[in-house]
Write a protein that binds this ligand. Structure first.
Ligand SMILES: [Fe+2]
Length: 314
């Protein structure tokens, strides 16, 4: 069991959630690098997506996040558009700009696993940002991973793996879900606040069939049995809050927009969520505050801080 506790044993915790950088760097790639599914994503980028994502907005978001001095920054995947090595390097620089691996915890998305050849090797430069607390285990995949910060337990799951053309689906897999179940159960016994990070929304019906999490039902059964206090995801590129059934009360599931979105639409414009967690005599309390990009002011603007209904009392 990997319950290595780091950080002060205090109950107040501030988490920032961001997602879906979609960094695209096709310029110096060899034509051979596109002799696979990558060509479809590249065409999608040329035709439509390059107008939807703005690297300058991502840079502004990173500066705005750094200014908040949160306890931990969670990044829920699709750091790259085409999973090219140059994009993985650029994404690594963004992670470094956000903070040290101790302070930034990421999971990959389907775009990061776009092509099968060498997909896990390309992620190796991000491994410090994905791995669990404690010493690395040779021969073991980095994810799933558990981090404990004071009374907060964070579980990172990978739903990203190579898929057939025209599919953006995801899957966690039986073994990672079993390890996640064990962690959720043990963290509950320790009265920790449990947060699960995953790229694909683990809620049936939120996205079309070719973008879905294929084992969403198994995920839902897991959290219905063991509970969780909060689930964070990306993939949809829009702000959302839905609930999954928990053992006693519904579990909040929060989706983040793309961190580089050039949209002015309130659902889709670039942003990050700030989640403040505290332990009160009545149990866990949490609030959510959106920060969204104002095209007029060219800066990120905080929204209202609002309570998140919590599934458990301790
Ligand atoms: Fe995405």
């Amino acid at each position: 069991m990997s319950f290595v506790k780091t950080g002060p044993d205090r109950a107040d915790f501030t988490l920032i959630h961001l997602s879906d950088f979609h960094l695209c760097r096709p310029e110096k790639a060899s034509p051979l690098a596109f002799a696979n599914k990558r060509i479809l994503s590249y065409l999608s980028w040329r035709i439509r997506r390059r107008r939807l994502h703005d690297p300058e907005i991502l840079d502004a978001l990173i500066q705005a996040v750094r200014a908040q001095a949160a306890d931990l920054i969670a990044v829920t995947g699709d750091l790259t558009q085409l999973a090219l090595p140059a994009e993985c390097d650029a994404a690594h620089r963004c992670l470094e700009a956000l903070g040290s691996p101790q302070h930034v915890f990421m999971v990959p998305g389907n775009h990061d696993a776009l092509v099968s050849a060498g997909w896990e090797a390309r992620w190796s430069r991000w491994s410090d940002y994905m791995r669990a607390d404690g010493p690395a285990s040779p021969g073991r995949t980095v994810l799933p991973a558990l981090r404990v910060r004071g009374r907060i337990a964070l579980i990172g799951l990978s739903s990203a793996h190579p898929t057939r053309p025209f599919s953006a689906a995801g899957r966690v897999g039986a073994d990672p879900l079993a390890r996640c179940s064990d962690w959720l159960a043990e963290a509950a016994q320790r009265s920790l606040f449990r947060i699960v990070l995953i790229h694909h929304p683990p809620v049936p019906g939120m996205v079309s069939a070719h973008k879905r999490l294929s084992d969403a039902d198994a995920f839902a059964r897991m959290v219905q049995r063991h509970g969780a206090e909060l689930i964070l995801h990306g993939h949809t590129h829009q702000r959302s809050r839905v609930y999954l059934p928990g053992p006693r009360k519904p579990i909040p599931v929060i989706g983040a927009p793309s961190a580089s979105a050039a949209s002015r639409d309130p659902l889709h414009r670039a942003g990050f969520g700030m989640i403040r967690i505290s332990c009160t005599p009545a149990g866990w309390a949490a609030t959510f505050q959106d920060h969204w990009y104002s095209q007029e002011d060219q800066r990120f603007v905080p929204g209202e801080e609002e309570p998140i209904s919590m599934p458990h009392h301790i």
